[in-house]
Write a protein that binds this ligand. Structure first.
Ligand code: ZN
Length: 314
């Protein structure tokens, strides 16, 4: 089993102000842990290409593309433009967003071509809150949704799964695949919490959306129970030809943007369950993209646990 790691220096240039938790330091924290863990020499690294507009447009309306491109501060300009209260763009954001989506697409191509079993995209801006019609919640383009549409449209896959273990509800991914039962989505998310969506009070949840709200202070043992009770039966029933992961690490006990209690070994355990499903139905194929995770040390350590499990090293 082999694993490829996609990233790009352009992803460090997008920033939204010193106060903002979604900062370039996040990728540097992951890089530090990659070196400290010795994992750096065991996985292949590739630079993320720029996504094609055609890739973006499989998920997003022209308005999303234009709202970023038309409001981009000029090169050399130091200001920001606010797409919403906490989603800003600087002069480098357009290229960073194309690299983030491009990583997800290139990772999908490399894994489907059989070059690697699994891929991790250490990219920002993140993606899972971006809906077909709006950038929001620190996210410009929905990187994982773009990769999935690419896998379906270009590679002709018939059934895939997207697993979202970020602490926030992946509203953008859910909105993208609401009417597409080829895509099984499984997630847990703290509720109530931003973006205050994902609850189905009248039981109207479509069968292919297994998104489970959990209260604050939920810990890893409870999450593992839910994975076994709800995620795994749905995944086995769906028999995905490929698994995509929205890998957010903000459900970590040390992360202050939310109040859940996961630790590194929980991320490793969840990842091993997904690797087993992928081995059974999907030739081991997994593409994972970074979403949230804002405590720098906890983020770096958790990504290493996730990566080791993806690479079959733990
Ligand atoms: Zn999050």
């Amino acid at each position: 089993m082999s694993t490829v790691y996609f990233s790009h220096p352009d992803c460090l240039l997008h920033e939204m102000g010193e106060w903002h938790p979604e900062s370039p330091a996040r990728l540097q924290a992951i890089e530090d842990q990659l070196i400290a863990s010795g994992l750096s020499g065991l996985i292949e690294r590739r630079d993320a290409p720029l996504a094609a507009i055609e890739d973006i447009r499989r998920v997003h309306s022209e308005a999303v593309v234009e709202s970023i491109r038309n409001h981009l501060p000029a090169p050399g300009e130091t200001g920001y433009f606010a797409l919403d209260a906490d989603t800003l763009i600087n002069a480098h954001s357009w290229r960073a967003a194309l690299r983030a989506a491009g990583a997800a697409v290139a990772a999908t191509d490399a894994v489907i071509a059989g070059e690697f079993s699994t891929a991790f995209c250490a990219v920002r801006p993140p993606g899972h809150h971006a809906t077909p019609d709006a950038s929001m919640g620190f996210c410009l383009f929905n990187n994982i949704a773009i990769a999935i549409r690419h896998a379906l449209a270009v590679h002709g896959l018939k059934r895939v799964a997207v697993v979202d273990f970020d602490v926030h509800h992946g509203n953008g991914t859910e909105a993208t695949f609401l009417d597409d039962p080829r895509v099984l989505m499984v997630s847990f998310f703290q509720s109530p919490l931003y973006p205050y969506s994902g609850e189905y009070p009248n039981g109207e949840r479509p069968a292919h959306l297994v998104n489970i709200p959990v209260p604050a202070y939920t810990r890893g043992d409870r999450v593992r129970e839910l994975v076994q009770r709800d995620w795994l039966p749905a995944l086995h029933a769906h028999r995905p030809e490929m698994i995509f992961i929205s890998a957010g690490f903000d459900a970590h006990r040390e992360d202050e943007l939310a109040s859940m209690g996961l630790i590194e070994s929980d991320y490793a355990w969840i990842t091993r369950q997904l690797v087993a499903v992928a081995d059974q139905y999907a030739k081991g194929r997994i593409v994972s993209c970074l979403e949230g995770g804002y405590h720098l040390s906890a983020l770096g350590r958790s990504v290493i646990s996730h990566l080791k499990a993806l690479a079959g090293l733990a």
